[in-house]
Design a protein around this ligand. Structure first.
Ligand SMILES: *Cc1c(COP(=O)(O)O)cnc(C)c1O
Length: 388
């Protein structure tokens, strides 16, 4: 890069795992018993921290005891939300092997989000290696019960002490980890959604397709409003056509019986109001692979279509009236899949069949296939090995 002031060529350092400085926690904590875990409330002994400056690039990474950060009140992140995050998990297989699930996808998305708010980008493979080192250090925090995992939260913030709105000349990347229990304790529980016409999550030309911190706090009031009416999450709509976009902070899938009787798995196409989820991509990839490598339980591939296309509430209402609405589910790292049994829309409820198991067959199959690959039951090149 050429320095705009001096005209000199400067070399900015990328993240370099070989420079990592490790300071073990002298007071390691005691993991909670697994039945006491609630999402994102307890943290492991260590965190990964990597500072960046616009003059030097990325400094040496450090793995050190989990603890407070030191920021001046003038830090840009505290004023203008120069902040973004990722979410992925480390899984322990029955044999003790520890893996991450498709971390390359998280690294690509994190870089893409960083670019959007003029925060620094980095070598995703290098950060993945450092995350693997952190997970190995905090291995005893990964619960061993089935369905449990270690949630990993990489975060990047602008740290320049300045009140002018401009690209931050310094930044901090940190990674913290939190042991989590299964999303569904004691069987699958379908949820009810409120198709929200009062608020939007993301606007065309806006930032909804980026995992920017700024996207999440504004969803809290709509979520509380939905809860007051007896719905667990918002179903976010878009435009006067009321296109379906996302569910809470998950991507959305709808299963319909097509006019010709075939089963259609539909999800809205990626655009500027849809977050490109790793789980969404995995569901689509698996469903599409069914044509060449059949997946047990799915309809024969000639009767099964996978469609990325817009779908609106009026279409959903019509499909429901014609008994062609088969399933609705959310998809995201936390829950993997989340079945929906009811959608409130313009004062009426649309009922979605979930059967005795609390989820429809396509949702259940996708859950089985993804969990299998996360836990090593089904061998897959989506698994990134942290420890054999
Ligand atoms: C993180 C997120 C998702 C799901 O992404 P995954 O990579 O599958 O966890 C979907 N929608 C929103 C708004 C998100 O923030």
């Amino acid at each position: 890069m050429t320095d705009p002031l001096t005209g000199k060529t400067v070399t900015l350092h990328d993240i370099d795992p070989s420079l990592v400085k490790i300071t073990p926690n002298p007071n390691p904590g005691t993991p909670l018993p697994s039945e006491k875990l609630s999402f994102g409330k307890t943290f492991t002994d260590h965190m990964l921290v990597i500072p960046w400056t616009s003059t030097e690039g990325w400094a040496a990474p450090e793995i050190k005891p989990y603890g407070p950060l030191s920021l001046e009140p003038s830090s840009v992140v505290l004023h203008y939300a120069n902040a973004l995050f990722e979410g992925l998990k480390a899984y322990r297989s029955a044999s003790g092997r520890i893996t991450l699930f498709r971390p390359d996808m998280n690294m690509r998305r994190m870089n893409r989000t960083a670019e959007r708010i003029a925060l620094p980008t980095f070598d995703g493979q290098a950060l993945t290696e450092l995350i693997a080192s952190l997970v190995r250090m905090d291995e005893r925090w990964i619960p061993s019960e089935p369905g449990h995992s270690l949630y990993i939260r990489p975060t990047l913030i602008g740290t320049q002490n300045a009140l002018g709105v401009g690209p931050s000349t310094s930044a901090l990347l940190f990674v913290i980890c939190s042991p989590v229990g299964p999303y569904y304790k004691g069987g699958f529980k379908p949820i009810a959604l409120l198709a929200t016409t009062k608020h939007v999550r993301a606007a065309p030309g806006g930032i909804g397709s980026y995992k920017l911190a700024a996207n999440y706090a504004p969803g809290i009031i709509p979520q509380l409003e939905a809860a007051m009416e007896g719905y667990a999450q918002n179903l976010w709509l878009q435009g006067k056509e009321h296109f379906l976009t996302e569910v809470g902070t998950m991507n959305l899938f709808v299963v319909l019986r097509g006019e010709d009787g075939a089963t259609e798995l539909v999800t809205p196409p990626l655009d500027d109001v849809i977050l490109p989820g790793v789980t969404r991509d995995s569901v689509l990839a698996l469903a599409r692979s069914h044509a060449s490598t059949p997946i047990t339980g799915l309809p024969p591939s000639k009767d099964f279509r996978v469609l990325e296309r817009p779908i609106s509430m009026p279409e959903l209402v019509r499909a429901s009236k014609e008994s062609r609405l088969l399933e609705v589910f959310g998809a995201g790292t936390a829950a993997i899949v989340c079945p929906v049994d009811r959608i409130g829309y313009l004062g009426e409820d649309i009922h979605v069949p979930v059967g005795e198991k609390g989820m429809g067959p396509i949702c259940e199959i996708m859950h089985r296939e993804i969990v299998g690959r996360q836990t090593g039951v089904i061998p897959s090149d989506w698994a990134y090995v942290v420890k054999e």
